[in-house]
Structures are given as structure tokens and as C-alpha cells.
Design a protein around this ligand. Structure first.
Ligand code: UGA
Length: 438
């Protein structure tokens, strides 16, 4: 059992903190935002993440998890410090490391005995060295530390499960002592024989980017295959299923859609291209994946336009789903937002419904009509567009939808509806790469 401080209470920091407490460690989650800390102390979770509240409550009740805005004090008390602050994208496409560097300075200033400093945030390769330099420059007394890179592979919406049952844990550490301490932090996993990989720091930093960029590439690939399926009369799901049976390919992340979004893939792919450029290389495959992803959003809009015979202006369109994927309220880089902006630009009257997103969208589109029910969003529309594969949309009563729409037109960008059912009811519809269902 280790005494741990996690700096940053975003979804990575909070899930990591609660998860490590569940593994038996004594964890303090620290954040500079006092309002957020107070919210957490009251048992309120600042974002929607299934299972997280239960995990937090359980560990707070067992006295293994606490929250503070006094970061200095919690750093002084802990043996292991996790940096889990944001690394947003700069306009140049590079990762903004200002929060990471600020926190490293603070850690240096408060280093009072040997500690392991560990980065969870996704940081460009080479950042470990910068963090060590910053800490060293700010140390006030003669005291030692080791640095470790320990990337997260959590998916929003299933991060609790991903944390407690990971496919692998990557620990980039130069010193065996630091590696052993981290192994101890993850002890229940180690005992359960979860693969724990010991690498150097740069390899660990690279593993994170290489994994995310590969998954993004896989999605862009299947999206382009889907677009080609549309042209040649093939069914992308059958293609993906058959491809996935090949162990070398695997069936995961071969689901076509309106383009990937979220806080990770768009940012990390661009950052990797930049890292390659800084090292004199052109990362052609990832550059292509980024372009294909942007194009996919345009392809979706063109499909809708075609369904509406090029008449968008003045049409009432219902957007089903705002978050970048189901089981999260995160709308960052969501393809849904792009669809809304295309529609508004061409003069459509847009309304939307999402089971969890409401207020955040108002900051971007203050005038958007955010409906409080699926029925309200669908009623009297000229077309509806499924943008997020929430279960509530999978199970919607299509006969009822048919009756309450002005014109029965559906674009299913997530391929969650039965094309047979849509045909039988009489919808005019389109999807991504499955025209020729037999
Ligand atoms: C992603 C990675 O999957 C995590 O392993 C990683 O830890 C995380 O980024 C991160 O770096 O923090 P996340 O962005 O939460 O996780 O969500 P994903 O489930 O990967 O989905 C990303 C996007 O790809 C979504 O827009 C989703 O709809 C889309 N997607 C995913 C597809 O279009 N098709 C698929 O087959 C899978």
C-alpha cells in the first residue's frame, strides 16, 4: 500500500485516483480548482462516467480516497505523485505542456523526501526529460526522486472497467527501484497476472501515441472501406466481421461511423504528426487518417443533402446524439457538432436530443433547440440524423417515429437501425456502407 497524490481531477485523474484507492492505496486527488474539489467532497462527480460515483463513494467511505485543493501539502505527504493534468491541443497541433510544467515546478518545490513522479497525461515523447529538468531546477533541499511514465489506456464511458481490468500496464522507468514501487501500486493487477511491461521512458511515451494513432487509423480505414462499399454495393459490416476473424487484424475498432471524435484521437494523431515532423519525418499514414476523418464528416453531410434532394435551407432537422460516443457527456470534437455547423450554415432549422448532454452545447450553439425528449426532437422534422450510438436510439419505436415526423427521412451515421425495418415501414434512409444488405 502506497501513499499517492494524483494532481488533476479530470476523468483520467479521478478514475486513476479512485481505481488506485480500490487497489488498497491511500490516495489524495488534488486540483487547483477549489470549486471542483468542494464538489467532489460533497460526493458530486463533475462529469458523466458510468460506475465512477460508486467507485469513489466506496473508497471515500473506506478512508482510502480524499480530495484537496492544497496540492503542495499533499505532494509533501505522498511517496508517489501522478501528474494527470490536461495537455490540450495548441493551434499548431502540438500538445500544450504548460500545465504539466507548472505542476512539475510545484513538485520540485515540495520534494521533501524520495518520491516517484509519474506521468499519466499523454505527453509528447521527450517530455519526461523536460519534467525531470524542471523538478531538478526547483528542488530546495538535497533530496532524490525517480521519474516514471505510466500512460493510461482508458476509454471514456468505460474507464472504470478499463482501469480495474486493463489489457496491460506500461511502466517506463529507468530505475528498478521506481519500477518496483509502481508495480506495488498496481499490486492486485500484478498478482492477477495482467501483463506489466517495463520499458524506458521514451518507449512508454511512444506506446501511448502509437496505440491511439493506430486505433484512429483503423477507424479511418474502415470508414473509407465503408464509403467504397456504398459505391460498389458491398456491406461493410460483413466485410468488417470477416476481416476481424483474422487474428492479425482483430474485430475491434472496425465499426464505421461519422468520423472519430473525443479529447484523444483528434489531438493525439495531430501531435504524433508534429513529433514526427520535429524529427524530420513525414508520418504519411497518420496524416491520411486525419484527412480521411475530416472528410468523413463531409461525406455524412453530403448523404443527408442527397436524402433531402439538396434542399437544406428551411428544413427542420433533428439531431440524435451530441456526445462523441455513448455513455459520456463529452462533446469535444464530436462529429455531431460538425453536422450541426454544416446544417446551420446552409440555413436548416436544427433541434437536438441527447440523453446526457444539455448545458455544454449551449456554450457553442446558444440558440440550438435542445429537446428534453426523443419524441420532441423527432416530431415534425423533415429528417433525423443519428449521430451517437446511444442505446435509446437503437431501441426507438420506428413506427411511432414514422408517424410523428413531417417527412420520414433518416440518416443513420452509426448503422444502429435495421435497414429491413426502415424499408418495411417506408422510410427514405441511408447509412454508412451497408446499402446491399441481403
Ligand atoms: C481513446 C482510446 O480508445 C483509449 O484507449 C485511450 O486511453 C483514450 O482515447 C485516451 O487517450 O485517453 P476514447 O477517446 O475515450 O478512448 O474513446 P474511443 O472508444 O476510443 O472512441 C473514440 C472515437 O472513435 C469515438 O468518436 C468513437 O465513436 C469512434 N469509434 C470507435 C468509431 O468510429 N469506430 C470504432 O470502431 C470505434
Amino acid at each position: 500500500m502506497k501513499k499517492i497524490t494524483i494532481i488533476g481531477t479530470g476523468y483520467v485523474g479521478l478514475v486513476t485516483g479512485a481505481g488506485l484507492a480500490d487497489f488498497g492505496n491511500e490516495v489524495i486527488c488534488a486540483d487547483i480548482l477549489e470549486s471542483k474539489v468542494n464538489q467532489l467532497k460533497k460526493g458530486e462527480i463533475p462529469f458523466f462516467e458510468p460506475g465512477l460515483k460508486e467507485l469513489i463513494d466506496r473508497n471515500v467511505n473506506e478512508n482510502r480516497l480524499s480530495f484537496t485543493a492544497e496540492i503542495e501539502k499533499s505532494v509533501q505527504l505522498s511517496e508517489v505523485i501522478f501528474i494527470a493534468v490536461g495537455t490540450p491541443e495548441l493551434s499548431s497541433g502540438q500538445a500544450d505542456l504548460s500545465h504539466v510544467i507548472k505542476v512539475s515546478k510545484l513538485i520540485g518545490e515540495n520534494l521533501n523526501f524520495y518520491k516517484v513522479i509519474c506521468t499519466k497525461s499523454t505527453v509528447p515523447i521527450g517530455t519526461g526529460k523536460k519534467i525531470c529538468k524542471t523538478i531538478n531546477e526547483n528542488i530546495k533541499s538535497v533530496v532524490d526522486f525517480d521519474y516514471v511514465s505510466n500512460p493510461e489506456f482508458l476509454r471514456e464511458g468505460s474507464s472504470v472497467k478499463d482501469f480495474l481490468w486493463p489489457d496491460r500496464v506500461v511502466i517506463g522507468a529507468e530505475e528498478t527501484k521506481a519500477f518496483e514501487i509502481l508495480k506495488e501500486v498496481y499490486r492486485p493487477l500484478y498478482v492477477n497476472k495482467t501483463p506489466i511491461m517495463h520499458t524506458n521512458i521514451e518507449t512508454s511515451e511512444m506506446i501511448k501515441y502509437a496505440s491511439n494513432a493506430f486505433l484512429a487509423l483503423k477507424i479511418s480505414y474502415i470508414n473509407e472501406i465503408a464509403n467504397l462499399c456504398d459505391k460498389v454495393g458491398a456491406d461493410v459490416h460483413q466485410v468488417a466481421t470477416a476481416m476481424g476473424k483474422d487474428g492479425r487484424i482483430s474485430s475491434k475498432f472496425l465499426h464505421p461511423g461519422p468520423g472519430y471524435g473525443g479529447s484523444c484521437f483528434p489531438k493525439d494523431t495531430k501531435a504524433l504528426v508534429n513529433i514526427a515532423k520535429e524529427n524530420g519525418l513525414n508520418f504519411k499514414t497518420i496524416e491520411a487518417a486525419i484527412i480521411a476523418n475530416e472528410n468523413q464528416k463531409i461525406v455524412m453531410f453530403k448523404k443527408l443533402k442527397k436524402l433531402l434532394q439538396n434542399q437544406i435551407s428551411g428544413k427542420s432537422i433533428g439531431i440524435l446524439g451530441l456526445s462523441f460516443k455513448p455513455n459520456t457527456d463529452d462533446i469535444r470534437e464530436s462529429s455531431s457538432l460538425k453536422m450541426i455547423s454544416f446544417l446551420i450554415r446552409e440555413g436548416a432549422i436544427v433541434k437536438s436530443y441527447d440523453p446526457v448532454v444539455s448545458n455544454q452545447i449551449k456554450n457553442i450553439y446558444p440558440d440550438l433547440n435542445c429537446c428534453s425528449s426523443l419524441e420532441e426532437c423527432v416530431a415534425d422534422t423533415d429528417a433525423i440524423v443519428i449521430m451517437t450510438d446511444w442505446n435509446v436510439f437503437r431501441s426507438m419505436d420506428l413506427k411511432k417515429v414514422f408517424k410523428i415526423m413531417k417527412k420520414p427521412v433518416i440518416l443513420d451515421t452509426r448503422n444502429i437501425l435495421s435497414t429491413h425495418e426502415l424499408n418495411n415501414i417506408g422510410f427514405k434512409h441511408d447509412n454508412v456502407g451497408r446499402k446491399s444488405i441481403i
